[in-house]
Design a protein around this ligand. Structure first.
Ligand code: ATP
Ligand code: MG
Length: 440
């Protein structure tokens, strides 16, 4: 028989167990509720984000199911079709298309069946303002289990695209023109420098010829007077006196030297003109063995000496150093490099240009020229850009920034290299390597 006193105690325990269980369940419910609320908040945030993205899109976005029933559109679509989002979602994609649309919804479906993406397909949408051609991209939409459930179409009116393309083409055209102008002005600038150098070079021999011609004219005058006297019968002491007064003996002795001087001057002029012919760029000119020392000397004469008379120069070229190439182009490279050195030394107290040429490689396959100046050197922050076209640190009108980029290209076309650096004692050092005839 049960102890009658134990019944209430057992009932109490049972109650306590039930209440505990309820407490636990309640606590669990509260935790779940909190988690749910948090998920809801996250979901809302994600939805706001997606809605924000869709609203900010200028392209038209239409999401539909696989039957073409519209599920969602963005603001741009609403604007184009002149309807509120709700009324559009009650319609089908086919209804938005104009009768003659180049791509139909059936085309879209068959592309989807073939697992193809829809790219740049032209649609004609029927809008309040008439038919609107639109370039459309599309993709299949999958649900969380990976099943295809719909299609997302994104379109941009072709008029806008065409406008963007034509703007781009116009900008490109302007850029090309500017570039051509710059290349042209660089050519004119080099031509100007060349002309200044050549004029300077021609000036000496021409003054020489001019001076000697004057002397010859004086001599001719004296000889004519003397011969006139002889012809008119002057003789004896009177003729001897005239001969002394007119310094006929010295004149006769000097004529040959004066003529030699004129010839020398004329020959120098002829050489300069021949040089000019040789250096004028003829693209068809075949490559030849170049006398590097002669090219260096000529470039130095034409650029450095003409512009910077007080410049100290040192040329040290290995005996018989040659390179294979186009003389006009390599001359242009040397002129560009020397011009840069001259520019860098413009406001320097010491102006020294040192050009050293040596052979390199076991069989002398390459010729290496180093051109060192005592200018301001190349600052580390611009070192990586100096070969870029149009990069210049010089004021407008002084440099176009094409010198090094053109030179680099020329040297590259010759199978050589052009490198820039600084000397530990200051100033820039440019190193030009060119293949020699030995190197093939
Ligand atoms: N020897 C040098 N010493 C110091 N800086 C140099 C030297 N050579 C080139 N540079 C720097 O490299 C830049 C680019 O040179 P580049 O010859 O390409 O153009 P540019 O001389 O400015 O103009 P352009 O040659 O078209 O007249 C120069 O503006 C200069 O800052
Ligand atoms: Mg330059």
């Amino acid at each position: 028989m049960a102890d009658p006193g134990s019944a209430p105690a057992e009932t109490d325990r049972a109650w306590i167990a039930v209440i505990r269980k309820m407490d636990e369940t309640y606590a669990e419910l509260v935790t779940q509720q909190v988690a749910l609320e948090q998920k809801n908040a996250e979901l809302e945030e994600a939805q706001t984000f997606i809605a924000g993205v869709m609203a900010s899109m200028t392209d038209v976005l239409i999401a539909c199911d696989l039957n073409g029933r519209i599920e969602q559109v963005n603001l741009a679509a609403e604007r184009i079709f002149g309807a509120g989002g709700r009324s559009l979602t009650e319609r089908r994609v086919e209804e938005l298309l104009a009768p003659g649309t180049p791509t139909s919804f059936r085309d879209v479906l068959s592309a989807v069946e073939r697992r193809e993406r829809i790219t740049d397909r032209e649609f004609a949408f029927r809008t309040a303002e008439g038919d609107l051609p639109v370039s459309v991209n599309g993709a299949v939409r999958f649900d969380s289990r990976g099943r295809a459930v719909g299609i997302v179409l994104v379109g941009r009116p072709i008029g806008e695209l065409r406008q963007a393309y034509s703007d781009l083409a116009a900008a490109h055209e302007r850029l090309k023109q500017t570039q051509q102008q710059l290349v042209h002005s660089e050519k004119m600038a080099s031509l100007g420098r060349l002309v200044a150098g050549v004029a300077h070079e021609l000036n000496n021999p021409i003054s020489f010829v001019y001076g000697n011609a004057h002397t010859l004219k004086r001599y001719a005058g004296r000889l004519t007077s003397y011969l006139d006297a002889v012809n008119s019968g002057v003789s004896g002491p009177a003729l001897a006196k005239l001969q002394a007064d007119l310094r006929i003996d010295a004149t006769l002795a000097n004529i040959a030297g004066t003529l030699d001087g004129m010839l020398e001057g004329a020959e120098r002029v002829r050489d300069i003109v021949a040089d000019l012919r040789r250096f004028s760029s003829d693209r068809r000119e075949t490559r030849e063995a170049l006398d590097l020392a002669a090219l260096v000397r000529s470039a130095l004469d034409w650029v450095a000496k003409a512009q910077m008379p007080g410049i100290e120069t040192r040329i040290d070229m290995a005996e018989g150093l040659t390179a294979t190439g186009h003389s006009g182009h390599i001359h242009q490279v040397l002129m560009n490099l020397i011009q840069n050195a001259v520019d860098a030394m413009e406001d320097r107290p010491v102006r020294r240009l040192e050009i050293i040429g040596t052979g390199a490689g076991i069989g002398g396959e390459a010729a290496v020229l180093t051109i060192r100046d005592t200018g301001h050197g190349i600052a580390p922050d611009i070192a990586s850009r100096i070969f870029d076209p149009f990069f210049t640190t010089k004021p407008v009108g002084k440099g176009t920034g094409l010198g090094l980029s053109i030179s680099y290209r020329i040297v590259q076309e010759h199978g050589g290299t052009l490198e820039a650096g600084n000397h530990p004692d200051g100033g820039a050092v440019m190193t030009l390597t060119l293949p020699t005839a030995q190197g093939g």
